[in-house]
Design a protein around this ligand. Structure first.
Ligand code: GDP
Length: 157
């Protein structure tokens, strides 16, 4: 089953439940309003390591709470990417989540996976981190791992 890892970012976290209802997919709530340290975001965003905006992105993501969800269903990755809009909220189509709730390219309200391989990596790192920092228990971790990752090996943060 196709899935996407969704994070409501600190600038929009207070409205996470409302924002998630605007997405065109079924959603599994994983963790609401949780604070994760910079080290977690270093792993989550490792693909951007070395880029000019990396440090600012890590500072921002660890500056407040975030909410974590798994969207699932046919074609969910593309559908959700369309609904959240362009990375830069000032360029996002009117009505998209980033156009409505984003403040800047860093504070752009929401993250959603851009490919099946990113979704797999982000779900693995996300679940592992949420377990490590005590926001989900081992039973829930195993249940979500089984349901979305099947027998696949989980990447460690
Ligand atoms: P996304 O898939 O649309 O979230 O964009 P990327 O995967 O390319 O980047 C991850 C996140 O890094 C984005 O959501 C932005 O918050 C931030 N980001 C990306 N590109 C830039 C940039 O050029 N400048 C700044 N300040 N932040 C950026």
């Amino acid at each position: 089953m196709e899935y996407t890892y969704i994070v409501v970012k600190p600038n929009a976290d207070e409205r996470a439940e409302r924002i998630i209802e605007e997405l065109p997919c079924k959603v599994e709530k994983v963790a609401l309003h949780v604070s994760l340290p910079r080290e977690f975001w270093e792993s989550f965003y490792v693909v951007h390591r070395g880029k000019s905006f990396y440090e600012e992105l890590l500072d921002f993501m660890s500056s407040g709470n975030t909410s974590h969800f798994i969207g699932y269903g046919d074609g969910v990755i593309k559908k959700v990417r369309k609904a959240i809009g362009a990375t830069d909220p000032s360029k996002a189509e009117p009505g998209t989540i980033r156009a409505k709730y984003g403040r800047s390219i860093t504070e752009n309200a929401i993250h959603a996976s851009d490919s099946p391989s990113s979704a797999h990596f982000e779900l693995s790192v996300g679940l592992t981190g949420l377990l490590q920092y005590g926001y989900i228990d081992l039973k829930r971790f195993m249940e979500l791992k089984e349901r979305f990752l099947g027998g696949e090996e989980v990447k460690h943060a």
